[in-house]
Write a protein that binds this ligand. Sequence first.
Ligand code: FEO
Ligand code: CA
Ligand code: CA
Ligand code: CA
Length: 620
Amino acid sequence: MTNLLDKETDFSSMIDARLSRRRFLMGTAAVGAGAFLAVNPVAKAVAASMDSKLLNFTQIPASTSDTIVVPKGYSTSNLISWGDPIFPGAPAFNPNGKQDAKTQAMQFGDNTDGMSIFPLSKDRAIMAINNEYTNYQFLFDHQGKAMTADDVKKAQAAHGNTIVEIVRKDGKWSIDKNGKANRRITANTEMMMTGPAAGDDLLKTKADPTGTKVLGTINNCANGETPWGTYLTCEENFNGLFGSDEAVALDDNFKRYGIKTDGNKYQWHPTDKRFDLAVNPQEANRFGWVVEIDPKDPTSTPLKRTALGRFKHENAAVVINDDGHVVIYLGDDERGEHLYKFVSKNKYQEGNNAANRELLEGGTLYVAKFAMHADKLEGNGEWIELTYGKNGLTKENGFNSQAEILIFARKAATQVGATTMDRPEWVAVHPDKKHVFCTLTNNKNRGVKEGQDVDGVNPRAENHYGQIVRWMPSNVDHTSASFKWDLYLIAGNPTVHQGDLYAGSANINKDNMFNSPDGLGFDKAGRLWIQTDGDFSNQGDFAGQGNNQMLCGDPETGEVRRFLTGPIGSEVTGLTFSEDQKTMFVGIQHPTGHFPAGGDSKPRSTIVMITKDDGGVIGS
Ligand code: FEO
Ligand code: CA
Ligand code: CA
Ligand code: CA
């Protein structure tokens, strides 16, 4: 295969690629004339000719300051920070690091990430929020160096989800501590395993011989929401919480998920044997799932949906296909892992939520294979079914049941020849349902490790900038087995690199450049909001890119403008809007300076609210 990055490469082939890409896109309904402003991916900035009708704000410069910056005409305020009480009588946040587990369980969890809003009325809504993991250096006065059993319980209470009602008064939202839906879900909340793998021997433990009752959800990264009013929370880096002080022989099924005994920095396993691999190895099989939660009923049992497969789930992008099937796109965020799609067995029935609540119980899981063209940044692709007995998923190849395929979905994906990707993070479906986008955040192993050769969709070796792939399901049918794809953008640094793909695609220039796209979501008007979780050193390959940030892309013209810059050390992750799109909620995760209170205060993960000073729709 031609290496696009070979110094000897004749760029005319890449220009050809762009030309044919342009032809290809011009032929699709959603992309209008003038969609591509430049045909050369290494061309200089094209800002002068960028005149998006969708993006109506003035781009801001990169920043290294310890504040949030938004464009002129916009303001920010804070909704909730780690440790804020969410129930009447819950203690206020205390920065001394000595508050106990019980207190943390009545407060907002740590490391805010994906979130969804469920409107109750014009000025009241339920917000469901992921609390991905926790920062020991701030959670404990001993910074995690002397973990007791109570400390582990506190860390477990900082994980999971926060569900809280919010109310709007005088145009400004705030949390309502008296909200009936308010709830904390933690690493110890009772849940049910459901779907084809529930009850399987691989999910049984000493504490749960049924293989169906599990405690808690952890490493809740991003999210999804269903039209029947439920919240989907996705378990990502669960492996990091399992360990052992004893030597345990772990087979490839553990290794593939990064589950190991040594190097565990969270230290849950010494006092909570559930996480000790020598005592309860199969407990690890009960994490790495998508969990469905009814946010309106604080007594409801969260349901782990095994039909959606077990991997390091990023988010769950739900679309109701025109024929009524529920289709969910799912990224597995690990270097060289895969992109998946779930198609429900039954169809969505508007108004029949009793039936709709069963839709994620069963269906078919697929994994993506991108057809490569050696010198092109576009192509065809197919979805390969991960069903027992099909595509080599047989006993002879070591697969014994559908449950096993779902529990070890990564192994099944390898068996069917799925494309190894540059860390699939969020997927977002355009409101017109014709295009789907996925952030491929970065991958230092590309072109370095076996099985991760440079290819069209992952076109750079040692890719530390990331790209966004876009695909169009055949016949605008999300259940279709085939699709066409191209790259919406290739992040890069045109001030450091010239003449190769590390400069980025034509829609990246010195004024809007960034690295490591991660969070992704559309607003109702079809603006594509892009959040970053990357290198904020502002040096070397990243010079001029500043802190993590949020940008906004026009899917038709390709233009991308920087909308927000985060405070020092933070990742910008998680976004949702009020129903009228006049308030945008954005997560600021793991700041390390003094955000949000400033001075010499302790940094706290925080959800910020952005409003337009004229009261208009964000981005309009
Ligand atoms: Fe939690 Fe892949 O980000
Ligand atoms: Ca992420
Ligand atoms: Ca990330
Ligand atoms: Ca994160």
